[in-house]
Design a protein around this ligand. Structure first.
Ligand code: ATP
Length: 225
């Protein structure tokens, strides 16, 4: 049974967003762009969705429980964020579209909902299961990410983007789904891979993630090899 931590049901038709990730570990490259985005477009709630990682894919170094704990530590006391464990609790591989459909069922048809991804994820979106149906369920909010091209890789994708892209975020509240907004978020050269590598090399990660997450990583002896 999936459950939402710290969740409060919105009563206003304000836009709310979902943000999935492996979070191995969660870092400022996840948190800062989203906080900026929330401020820019008036997001009231961002639901963080730690992923279930299927057994046939490279496994995260931290366990699901440790990844979840780090997400909790990174967001505690911040009313913007809530955490939902439904993806993580799945025992079988699942697709983002399934998760979004389950949220849409909960929120109802009329409520504006967005899914947030980074530019790198936008570039590979056409490889996702039923990718072209994502906009039937939600809006897409794209955070800038340094090191990734802005041009999409196929003409089909580029046309799809042009067809759905909006430049005025106020429109996100005018319908429940169907728009793509490329946000002007800070460019942060941070990835979870960098964090893990720095730990392996015994280097400081103070500029990459919140102190409580750093402390937890140390206490659990994570990312040392
Ligand atoms: P890894 O290095 O292990 O591949 P990651 O740092 O890319 O991990 P994920 O948990 O895989 O982190 O990413 C979750 C989401 O966060 C994705 O949509 C990704 O595009 C986005 N994201 C991660 N880092 C950044 C960043 N520095 N700037 C903008 N978006 C980011």
């Amino acid at each position: 049974m999936p459950h939402t931590i710290n969740s409060t049901c919105p009563v206003q038709p304000v836009i709310q967003a979902l943000f999935g990730g492996t979070f191995d570990p969660i870092h400022y490259g996840h948190l800062h762009p989203i906080e900026t985005l929330a401020h820019q477009i008036g997001l009231k709630r961002v639901v963080l969705l730690p992923n279930h990682v299927p057994p046939h894919r490279p496994q995260p170094e931290a366990t699901a429980q440790q990844r979840l704990e780090m997400v909790k530590l990174a967001t505690q006391g911040n009313p913007l964020f809530t955490i939902d464990t439904r993806e993580m609790e799945r025992t079988s591989p699942s697709y983002t579209i399934d998760t979004l459909e389950s949220f849409r069922q909960e929120f109802g048809e009329g409520q504006s909902v967005a899914f947030i991804i980074g530019q790198d994820a936008l570039l590979s979106l056409h490889t996702w299961h039923r990718w072209s149906e994502l906009l039937n369920i939600c809006h897409l909010l794209i955070c800038a990410r340094p090191g990734y091209q802005t041009q999409l890789s196929t003409t089909e994708m580029q046309q799809w983007l042009t067809q759905h892209q909006i430049y005025n975020p106020a429109l996100l509240n005018s319908k429940p789904n169907g728009y793509i907004y490329l946000a002007n978020t800070p460019l942060l050269h941070i990835s979870a891979t960098d964090v893990r590598q720095r730990h392996q090399q015994g280097l400081s990660c103070d500029d990459l993630l919140p102190p409580l997450v750093q402390k937890y990583i140390n206490s659990q002896g994570l990312y040392r090899q």
